[in-house]
Ligand binder design. Structure first.
Ligand code: C2E
Ligand code: CA
Ligand code: CA
Length: 289
């Protein structure tokens, strides 16, 4: 009954053991999320390096959340973020991630000069809310970090809902020095208009664009031509192989993120790179190991 209420477009649902297990897991994830919101130790932030395509040096990193639960183990954000959005706790999650990233940058201020920024995924509920500034700006201010060290990753679908409020938040944060970048570009939502109406400096191509080999990477070629015409900095995500890297470089992509260079790593590993020369050696392992 709950599933039918949630997915009203479905006319028939076949009730079986699979649905029962899914509901049990969902309930466990909800409970883990509620616990994690009060016990922040259950939330970990990993960092995936974003590498300069011209010299393999780490330029920035993306913060990626992980949820640990004593019973469920580590739950991936692909599974718990949609649930956090549905039950209305996603803003608390964003707040925790922003706090952890700011704390990391402030504890290692002397090294953060090596890093252009750390990007953080925010949600539609953040961007469309009137309290986003009041909730997140004090955290950034109190950490005494350079605001430009924080970049919020947003997707196009998030820009269409409550556009006036989105614009207010955009102006509030960019006015303080925090930047936004457009994430997942080239997926179903791609709407060229948002590239022109909101002045994103950095655009991240969705993994599906980088891995789509059809007609000799025609999609990648079209999209990168467009973005370069608009003077955007381009990041390619999901670069897993030498071929992906070379194709991205050939099409003028500026920055690379993907398992070819590194999976998301913990603070210590990121720090080790920041302490050394920020050079990264591609992993020799197969991308799937
Ligand atoms: P995303 O923003 O598109 O992040 C990139 C995802 O691709 C990450 O998965 C990353 O680990 C994975 N990835 C990176 N390189 C490669 C590669 O070479 N190959 C493949 N196959 N995958 C690669 P992850 O960490 O599981 O995150 C999944 C999604 O969950 C993210 O997708 C993002 O939408 C969401 N997410 C993660 N952290 C947060 C957060 O703090 N807040 C919010 N609102 N969403 C988050
Ligand atoms: Ca992202
Ligand atoms: Ca993506």
């Amino acid at each position: 009954m709950t599933q039918i209420k949630e997915e009203r477009s479905l006319q028939v649902i076949i009730f079986n053991q699979r649905i029962v297990s899914l509901r049990i897991r969902r309930r466990a994830i909800i409970s883990a999320l509620r616990t994690a919101i009060t016990d922040h130790n259950l939330i970990h932030v990993l960092y995936q390096p974003i590498v300069d395509a011209s010299d393999n040096r780490i330029m920035a990193a993306e913060a990626l959340i992980r949820l640990s639960d004593p019973h469920l183990g580590q739950v991936s954000p692909g599974e718990f973020i949609p649930i956090a959005e549905q039950i209305g706790v996603i803003r608390e999650i964003t707040t925790i991630v922003v706090s952890k990233v700011c704390s990391f940058l402030s504890r290692h201020a002397h090294l953060s000069d090596n890093l252009s920024h750390i990007s953080i995924n925010i949600s539609a509920a953040d961007l469309a809310s009137v309290e986003m500034g009041g909730r997140l700006l004090p955290i950034i201010k109190e950490a005494s970090i350079e605001p430009s060290k924080i970049v919020f990753e947003v997707t196009e679908s998030m820009l269409v809902k409550n556009y006036q409020q989105v614009l207010k938040n955009w102006n509030l944060f960019t006015g303080y020095g925090v930047h936004f970048m457009l994430d997942d570009f080239g997926t179903g939502y791609s709407n060229i208009e948002s590239l022109i109406t909101l002045p994103f400096e950095i655009v991240k191509l969705d993994r599906s664009v980088v891995t789509n080999k059809k007609n000799d990477y025609q999609l990648l070629s079209l999209i990168t031509t467009l973005l370069r015409r608009l003077d955007k900095q381009i990041v390619a995500e999901g670069v897993e192989t030498r071929e992906h890297l070379e194709v991205a470089q050939r099409h003028g992509v500026h920055y690379i993120q993907g398992y070819y260079f590194s999976r998301p790593v913990d603070e210590e590993q990121l720090l080790a790179w920041m302490e050394s020369s920020m050079c990264i050696v591609p992993t020799a392992r197969s991308p799937r190991t």
